[in-house]
Design a protein around this ligand. Structure first.
Ligand code: ZN
Ligand code: ZN
Length: 301
């Protein structure tokens, strides 16, 4: 059944963005599926959709689910670093904050680093690797207790590996979108984690991977489900190669959902993202954003 729904959703990917008539012209233009967006190719063996045949979520389905939106009393995103972020093998926290602020067009507050011992979060030594890991469910409970009054979402981020349950080896992250809390570890995005040789641009790669997972996971907090329509930041991913292949941008369907939630001007948002991308050397992303901005300004390719 799930597979049939999936095929139906794929067949209707052109309609997934919904009717654009009646929208202000600048929004209708931003949500049009132009050739800046590639359709999602069929999954290869071991890819997310091969193992999790999800139906996808059209804009109409998103609206019917009545997702929560940031409102006046609760409109900030909070990032809580759990434990240290060692300089040589961690994404820079100020850059993660800046990226999230540009991506979501919301105020993002970076909280002071929480000392793991003082917070007394449960952890264990991984039975196979001997590495220290945090209990992700314990972290979610802690986040719910510390949820700020003016927060739309509170995200724990850490360089320590996580596990969701004693029977699991590890997990990249765990979220409770209904409570708008989540925790994500960047430990396994560090090329040094698996003992790979750390190349010169490792810090750029780690930052790009970390920005991607941060935006994807916060995207879920806004009610965005995994995307099956285009190559998109909201595609599910089963392994690192698949998430590395995923772009740092939203397809028109998911852009429309996020815009519905936040109410930003798509062009202003792209400009802010372009400034960030240029500053940190995300070259591919910068080129793509320049193309999008030319299109929104009506300059032919
Ligand atoms: Zn996801
Ligand atoms: Zn998408």
């Amino acid at each position: 059944m799930a597979e049939r729904e999936n095929l139906q959703a794929l067949a209707s990917s052109d309609n997934a963005v919904g009717a654009l008539e009646g929208l202000p012209a600048h929004l209708a233009r931003a949500f049009q599926s132009t050739n800046h967006f590639d359709p999602l190719p069929p999954p290869g063996p071991g890819d997310w959709l091969a193992e999790h045949p999800e139906p996808g979520q059209t804009f109409e389905q998103f609206l019917r689910a009545r997702p929560r939106r940031p409102d006046a009393p609760r409109k900030k995103l909070y990032l809580l670093p759990l434990g240290e972020f060692p300089r040589d093998r961690s994404p820079r926290l100020d850059l993660l904050r800046e990226f999230a602020a540009a991506f979501f067009s919301l105020e993002v507050v970076l909280l002071p680093v929480l000392d793991l011992e003082a917070a007394a979060i449960d952890g264990r030594r991984n039975p196979h690797t001997g590495q220290f890991q945090l209990d992700a469910r314990g972290v979610l409970r802690l986040l719910s207790r510390r949820f700020p009054d003016d927060a739309f979402a509170l995200l724990g981020i850490t360089m320590v590996d996580l596990y969701p349950d004693p029977t699991w080896n590890f997990v990249f992250g765990l979220a409770s979108p209904a409570d708008r809390v989540g925790v994500f570890s960047f430990a396994r995005y560090d090329p040094g984690f698996y003992g790979e040789t750390v190349s010169e641009n490792a810090s750029n790669l780690l930052l790009r991977r970390s920005c991607k997972v941060l935006a994807h996971e916060i995207g879920h907090m806004f009610g965005l489900k995994h995307c099956v329509f285009f190559n998109c930041l909201m595609n599910g991913s089963n392994h690192l190669a698949e998430s590395d292949a995923r772009p740092l941008h939203l397809c028109p369907v998911d852009l429309r959902k996020l815009q519905h939630g936040v109410g930003f001007d798509p062009e202003a948002r792209y400009r802010r993202l372009l400034e960030f991308s240029r500053n940190v050397g995300f070259d591919e992303q910068s080129t793509w954003l320049e193309k999008r901005l030319r299109y929104l300004e009506g300059i032919p390719d």
